[in-house]
Design a protein around this ligand. Structure first.
Ligand code: NAD
Length: 298
């Protein structure tokens, strides 16, 4: 397939790399010249604008920080729509953005004669590099079937969630659970420490009891409980606090539009906001346990 790829960051670069490895003809664009050089070395063509990257493409994939970037890349003078009018190109947005923006972009794409699917991912940078991401796809059944072979070069779990924007709904709801459970496990682990139990023993009990969850058994925030967790290497790598904060912001905004309460999500958002304000935005989000542990213990 001829694929245009826009956004070669921590996720986009390894994803684009895997498309090249799978034999697709890739034309890539990023505002960062350095990011483009790395991909050119891997065998992709580079382009001077999103428009040029989309010029001859069957599919265009965007992997950008937020909705404002996606809008600029789609609708700008040198944007994707300027190259794809009436060409029946399929646009896949894998960025994590709000469902309302997705609906607006899909409508604009359709007016331009292009199909549009939202296909946000989970699996992090490790999954992007290994080609094992989960894609949560929103769009028609036909669009899903059409994009599945392309997404399969970057992920191992390609799920049709329903109509346009339901991919983002799935992503946002999952990360709402994750943000809350991490805060909950942090609270319990810090309480256990304060009450004098060995954290490794407590972690082991939780992980074989009803409190067990991913935040405890795979990513436990207490250092040393899980050897491979970011907490054991100073909260480096992993999923940044600022990214969790962004996703909880998407959840609480979407909840406001839907007039739906998110009591715990709103509180969790404030916890990660506090971490960010304290300068810990780049630490893994499990560092939220630092808000609970006694001075001198962290
Ligand atoms: P990133 O900041 O590392 O990469 C974004 C890239 O977009 C950068 O290379 C930047 O130069 C480029 N960019 C910005 N504006 C642009 C423009 N106008 N035109 C072209 N390129 C532009 O972000 P990331 O970690 O790769 O995340 C991308 C998306 O995936 C985000 O929406 C994020 O929430 C989501 N996500 C990230 C992870 C993760 O673990 N990093 C996991 C799942 C989902």
């Amino acid at each position: 397939m001829k694929i245009g790829f826009i956004g070669l960051g921590n996720m986009g670069a390894p994803m684009a790399h895997n498309l090249v490895k799978a034999g697709h003809a890739l034309t890539a664009y990023d505002v960062s010249a350095e990011a483009m050089q790395t991909l050119a070395a891997a065998g992709a063509k580079t382009a001077p604008s999103p428009k040029a990257a989309a010029q001859d493409a069957d599919f265009v994939i965007t992997m950008l920080p937020a909705a404002a970037h996606v809008k600029a890349v789609l609708t700008g003078e040198e944007g994707i729509f300027a190259a794809t009018a009436k060409k029946n190109v399929t646009i896949i947005d894998s960025s994590t953005i709000d469902p309302a923006s997705v609906k607006a972009f899909a409508e604009l794409a359709n007016q331009n004669g292009n199909a549009f699917v939202d296909a946000p991912v989970s699996g992090g940078t490790g999954g992007a590099a290994a080609g094992t991401l989960t894609f949560m796809v929103g769009g028609s059944k036909e669009a899903y079937e059409h994009v599945k072979p392309v997404l399969s070069a970057m992920g191992k779990n390609i799920v049709h969630c329903g109509d346009t924007s339901t991919g983002q709904v799935a992503k946002i709801c999952n990360n709402l659970v994750l943000g809350i459970t991490m805060a909950g496990v942090s609270e319990a682990m810090a309480l256990g420490e304060a009450l004098g139990i060995d954290p490794a023993v407590l972690g082991g009990i939780i992980n074989t009891s009803t409190g067990r969850c991913w935040s405890s058994d795979t990513y436990n925030p207490f250092p040393g409980v899980i050897e491979m967790a970011p907490s054991t290497r100073g909260y480096t790598g992993g999923f940044g606090t600022d990214l969790m904060l962004k996703d909880l912001g998407l959840a609480t905004d979407a909840a406001k539009h839907a007039r739906q309460p998110v009591y715990l999500g709103a509180l969790a958002q404030q916890l990660y906001q506090t971490m960010s304000t304290k300068g810990a935005g780049r630490l893994d989000f499990s560092a939220v346990i630092k808000l609970y542990r006694k001075e001198g213990n962290t």
